[in-house]
Design a protein around this ligand. Structure first.
Ligand SMILES: Cc1cc2nc3c(=O)[nH]c(=O)nc-3n(C[C@H](O)[C@H](O)[C@H](O)COP(=O)(O)O)c2cc1C
Length: 220
């Protein structure tokens, strides 16, 4: 499965089968996590046993308590952490999809029950539930391309492909509060329009855009 197909197939999944992820897949995820941690200066950790990460009342209502495993998104705490977590976390989410797994980013969880290593100066930004879903989830309602872009002049051929993939990105409560601005020199800016966990959203959106742009450039 290509990353483009993974983007199209990925939906948040909140109800999981009571099945552990095979060691061979865990090894692949851990190898990618190590690469992301190195590249992004992060300390993301795969926790095989989600334990009581999702024992909050809201999780009981929304689901997620059935997720067998969890990815703890941690890194040195600075202003760029949330966006980097979104960017690299989504790369891991899409690889998980390619491996036949399902995921859900989760801002609602019990941080005191997350058995991860958090070093001095680091922060647990968010977690991602992961496992085999009872189903594959369903497409989210989406804003239109024109709702999220600001363009001066002609669009380069890769721009729409990037935006199309960005609109398929998961965002907290499906807020899609971002703007993708195309400048006259064809550089692209991603603007955070606020909202809950919107900097994590922005990193996720940026990653999706890059996948769409790369695909268009390779197939032009
Ligand atoms: C930063 C972030 C935080 C999220 N937090 C939660 C959460 O706490 N609980 C939950 O059920 N879903 C959560 N989600 C999933 C979103 O609700 C979901 O991505 C959105 O509704 C779009 O649906 P989709 O992922 O199926 O495309 C979160 C998503 C993101 C990106």
């Amino acid at each position: 499965m290509s990353e483009i197909d993974a983007i199209k197939k990925r939906h948040s999944v909140r109800n999981y089968e009571d099945v552990k992820i095979e060691q061979s897949k865990v090894d692949k995820l851990n190898a990618l996590i190590a690469e992301c941690n190195k590249e992004g200066n992060l300390h993301i950790q795969f926790l095989e046993d989600a334990g009581k990460t999702f024992n909050k009342l809201l999780n009981k209502f929304m689901g997620l308590g059935s997720a067998p495993s969890v990815i703890a998104c941690i890194g040195p705490d600075d202003d760029t952490l949330d966006e980097r977590i979104g960017y690299y976390g989504e790369r891991i989410v899409l690889t998980a999809q390619e491996l036949g797994l399902n995921t859900c980013w989760a801002g609602t969880y019990n941080s005191s029950n997350v058995k991860a290593e958090i070093s001095d100066g680091e922060r647990l930004a968010i977690v991602i539930a992961i496992g085999y879903g009872q189903d594959g989830g369903k497409p989210h309602k989406s804003k239109s391309m024109e709702d999220v872009i600001s363009v001066k002049g002609d669009r380069p051929y890769w721009f729409n492909s990037g935006v199309e993939m960005a609109l398929l990105a998961p965002t907290a409560i499906n807020q899609q509060k971002f703007e993708i601005r195309l400048n006259e020199d064809n550089s692209v800016e991603f603007v955070d329009k606020g909202g809950i966990l919107s900097k994590i959203d922005l990193g996720i959106v940026k990653y999706h855009f890059e996948v769409g742009k790369k695909y268009a450039m390779e197939n032009h």
